[in-house]
Design a binder for this molecule. Structure first.
Ligand code: HEM
Length: 489
């Protein structure tokens, strides 16, 4: 039935005719600018970017009302012609339109990452955390590469039963290349065709159609990165040599899939790495940066580990419930500089009215997660790392309002919320606990012997990373060092 549009659009900064707010869009750290705009315009800001309406949500109440309570109509993704259609990322869950394929994809991934699978996943994560130790001992300066290895090796073990020895592994390299590409493609305005979708219909020989050659090349790279590891496991299953994994399980359960099922399985197996690697690595890098900047916090977390662990034992998942300070510290890792400061855009599938304002069908809606996590009314002293904020709440009534669990925000919202949250949290926990049990992390020393102050700066598009920084990673004791020298990898 025809429903008339109602209500004015929410307020926002005044734009120019036709191009709207395009030129005012912040190029860097947009979340800070959006948070400032929210002070003038309220929790829902309306922007018009190259003719498309964009709404920025800056408060937990509005996010919960729209992206969660009304998630039946707020769970689509915008169409991004270059990344999605021309290169083919729209087949992968993160850019899936709302519908059956998304539902099937999420079901497959959530099934593999459910609490029922936790014991098997945790066993993998514990082994990989152990294997991280000699790497950090022998080449501490390369700690960033080791963190990348850790995440890649957990993910590939889970998805393909595949053992990653180093980041030079060709399967890791091709997946990493796609991650970089995906990040670059999603930067607004990366390709003109995203703003003017009709350009995709121009012939290949036409001047300015170079993007088509790029699309063709990257499309092939994407298919290769998806199929090579999948076909490897399929052959292992046929030969009876496969180790248990997500892909082996799919192939064994359905040896004769339809073309649609086959395509779905392949894309879901790939999206673990696409969605899970850069994100988890960023959180681990922030953990290291926090350890440098807050030695007191590090000492408290180590004291707790010393108290909970038997002498000479490494942490296990069974110790987690007694590691309350460490768990609170990891909440600060998520909050202090969130991995995804502005959530991936959701798209509205129907005209919708909220508090008298119209949110038209087809609009993109983004949540300013960073603004919530740095709102001093919610998190006093938001720029400081204070694990205690989650531990000593004044009163139960107040505790719900102040310092809410940041995981309710950092993993996204409603029916698009991150399906990899458990894997992400478990990897972060066991890595942080194992590292702190064995190593001290401190500021690197300059040539004059004085500690070098790291610059706290985050950059990136959708997924943010701290800029490179050095640190000094030393075994906590002679026994710890001897133990790590004897770990076989
Ligand atoms: C610290 C680590 C991680 C963070 C902070 C994170 C955060 C997010 C966020 C904010 C979203 C967007 C949600 C939305 O649109 O509302 C998302 C989506 C997604 N994440 Fe994660 N993630 C992490 C790790 C992982 C891992 C380990 C995996 C898989 C193994 C994963 C797989 C995905 C997928 C497939 C999506 C797309 C879901 C959809 O569009 O329906 N993520 N994640």
């Amino acid at each position: 039935a025809f429903k008339p549009r109602r209500g004015p659009l929410p307020p926002g900064p005044r734009g120019y005719p036709i191009i709207g707010n395009t030129l005012q869009m912040p190029r860097e750290h947009a979340w800070v600018t959006f948070a400032q705009w929210a002070k003038d315009y309220g929790p829902i800001i309306h922007l018009s970017v190259l003719g498309s309406p964009l709404f920025v949500l800056n408060s937990p109440d509005v996010i919960s009302e729209l992206l969660e309570k009304r998630s039946a109509i707020y769970s689509d993704r915008p169409v991004i012609p270059m990344a999605g259609e021309l290169i083919g990322f729209s087949e992968y869950m993160t850019l899936n339109r709302y519908g059956d394929r998304l539902r099937e994809s999420r079901k497959l991934m959530l099934g593999a990452l459910s609490p029922r699978s936790a014991p098997a996943l945790n066993a993998i994560e514990e082994v990989k955390a152990l294997e991280l130790l000699p790497r950090l001992l022998h080449a501490p300066a390369q700690f960033r590469a080791h963190l990348r290895w850790l995440v890649a090796s957990v993910v590939y073990q889970v998805t393909h039963g595949y053992r990653v020895e180093s980041c030079e592994d060709p399967l890791v390299q091709s997946a990493e290349r796609l991650n970089d590409l995906f990040g670059r493609l999603l930067e607004p305005g990366a390709f003109l065709v995203d703003s003017f979708p009709f350009l995709r219909h121009i012939p290949d020989w036409f001047p300015g159609a170079g993007f088509k050659a790029v699309a063709k090349r990257e499309r092939e790279a994407l298919i290769k990165a998806r199929d090579e590891p999948y076909d490897m496991v399929r052959e292992q299953v046929i030969r009876g040599t496969a180790t248990p994994s997500f892909v082996a399980d799919l192939v064994e359960r359905n040896s004769n899939p339809t073309p649609e099922e086959d395509n779905l399985y392949r894309s879901v197996a790939t999206v673990f790495y696409l969605g899970g690697s850069d994100t988890s690595v960023s959180a681990l890098e922030s953990f290291f940066l926090i350890m440098l900047l807050y030695p007191e916090v590090q000492r408290k977390a180590q004291a707790e580990l010393d108290c909970v662990l038997e002498p000479g034992q490494l942490p296990k998942f069974s110790d987690r419930s007694r590691l309350r300070y460490l768990s609170a510290l990891l909440l600060e890792v998520h909050r202090w500089n969130p991995v995804v400061p502005i959530s991936i855009p959701h798209c509205v599938t129907e005209d919708n009215v909220f508090q008298g304002y119209l949110i038209p069908k087809g609009s993109s809606v983004i949540a300013n997660t960073w603004a919530i996590l740095h709102n001093p009314d919610l998190y006093p002293d938001p720029f400081e790392v204070v694990p205690e904020r989650y531990l000593k709440q004044d009163s139960p009534a107040k505790s719900e309002k102040i310092n809410p669990d940041p995981r309710a925000f950092v993993f996204g919202y409603g029916r698009r919320a991150c399906p990899g949250q458990m894997l992400a949290e478990d990897t972060l926990f066991i890595a942080a606990a194992t590292i702190l049990a064995m190593f001290d992390i401190a500021k690197a020393l300059g040539p004059d012997g004085a500690p070098i102050e790291p610059k706290v700066q985050y950059d990136g598009g959708i997924i943010c990373h701290p800029s490179p920084f050095d640190c000094r990673i030393t075994p906590r004791s002679k026994e710890a060092e001897r133990f790590m020298r004897n770990i076989a990898v």
